[in-house]
Design a protein around this ligand. Structure first.
Ligand SMILES: Cc1ncc(COP(=O)(O)O)c(C=O)c1O
Length: 388
């Protein structure tokens, strides 16, 4: 190691990958404001503000709406380990990497997991869930709303209704949808939903917003065995976020500042305007990309996720080299494929603050240059037409 390390100086990037996403300057500034103690009345007030603002974005009245310390995976673990006990039957829908992880975590809880698998790049049809429910009576039906590995948006209403008819809790992963796509926790009868701060919410990674319906809280309270993790025990976490204010872990102070600021920005923009912005920018990206001969990997237009677009890698292109040049020559990050889609797709996130016309136009122009695409002008014109 050299005697003196240079001062930290990360290169400026435009984050258009699957997350973390670009952060608004005022959110970064909020992070850098002075530290408070985890029980300071001013900090407690901020926690209360975050709960109110999270209920707005989750679209729920659930009292148990708060943050679990950790990234989206902490949300997934907390959602499952708090209601599942060994031997519990569960039904998990798998349409990509994150549905597969959900099944994996449920198995680690000792649950008896029945999977509904569908081809990657498609949504899970309600009929397949209906069919599976003929032979299993699950305690919980779990599904990913926005499958970040494929770019598919999963419809929720029918599957939520089926879960409830079967007497099961309905659990939804909203990591890549919350704050960019309507989640509608109460409208869809979702009992447990979790997310991550670093995608459409527009804050740095490290907190997992989570919400539990009264039925989910009841299921948690009816457990016969203690939750295997103290850190992610939502009863313990609620003692800190609820009226008791008991110590559970040191609060994620500056990250909570950032999340509060990001949620205030969402409140100021309004949910409908924010959802429309995410849709419009994705449509512009797709129009531009298609005009340049780049095709979306998700065939069904209705299934395309506004916050994350998968584009097929054109024949003969070294996809990793293009991503490398985008990063090194343009400062733009996009993602490669995950799991079955590794080497087959690029993943472009237009999430939160980065869901902007300038992101779309810069990325199309840079891709046009790096791919020596002769139709780049047509692509830019097609994208621009969406904004006129
Ligand atoms: C749908 C989905 N669920 C869960 C996760 C895990 O979140 P994290 O990487 O923040 O732990 C991700 C991360 O990309 C995700 O996209």
């Amino acid at each position: 190691m050299p005697d003196a390390l240079p001062q930290l100086n990360p290169s400026p990037r435009l984050l258009l990958g699957p997350g973390p996403s670009q952060i608004a300057p005022r959110v970064l500034q909020a992070c850098a404001t002075p530290l408070l103690g985890y029980l300071d009345p001013e900090y407690i007030q901020m926690m209360d503000d975050v709960q109110v603002l999270l209920r707005e974005v989750f679209e729920t009245e659930n009292e148990w709406t708060f943050c679990v310390p950790g990234t989206g995976m902490a949300g997934m673990e907390a959602a499952l380990i708090n209601v599942l006990e060994p031997g519990d039957p569960v039904l998990i829908c798998v349409a990509g990497v994150f549905g597969d992880r959900m099944a994996n975590v449920a198995e680690r809880c000792g649950a008896e997991v029945t999977r509904v698998d569908v081809p990657w790049g498609t949504a899970v049809p309600a009929e397949k869930v209906h069919e599976a429910l003929q032979s299993v009576q699950p305690k919980l039906v779990g599904i990913v709303h926005a499958e970040t590995s494929t770019g598919v948006l999963q419809p929720l209403s029918e599957i939520g209704a089926l879960a409830h008819e079967a007497g099961a809790l309905f659990l939804v992963d909203c990591v890549t949808s919350l704050g960019g796509v309507p989640v509608g926790v109460d409208a869809h009868g979702i009992d447990i939903a979790y997310s991550g701060t670093q995608k459409c919410l527009g804050a740095p990674p490290s907190l997992a917003p989570i919400t539990f319906s009264p039925s989910a809280v009841e299921a948690f309270q009816a457990r016969k065995t203690p939750v295997q993790s103290f850190y992610l025990d939502i009863g313990q976490i609620w003692r800190y976020w609820g009226s008791e204010r008991a110590y559970h872990q040191t609060g994620m102070i500056n990250m909570t500042y950032a999340l509060r600021e990001a949620l205030v920005m969402i409140h100021e923009e309004g949910l409908e305007a924010r959802f429309a912005r995410h849709r419009r920018n994705q449509q512009a990206l797709l129009s531009g990309a298609q005009a340049m001969g780049l095709e979306p990997a998700v065939e069904d237009p209705a299934a395309r996720l506004p916050s994350l677009t998968t584009l097929r890698i054109p024949e003969g292109i070294n996809e990793a080299a293009v991503r490398g040049s985008l990063l090194n020559d343009y400062g733009i990050e996009i993602g490669g494929g995950l799991g079955q889609l590794a080497g087959k797709v690029w993943r472009v996130g237009l999430m939160g603050y980065a869901s902007q016309r300038s992101s779309v136009m810069l990325l199309l122009a840079a891709l046009g240059d790096l791919l020596k695409n002769e139709r780049v002008d047509e692509g830019l014109a097609a994208a621009a037409a969406l904004y006129d």
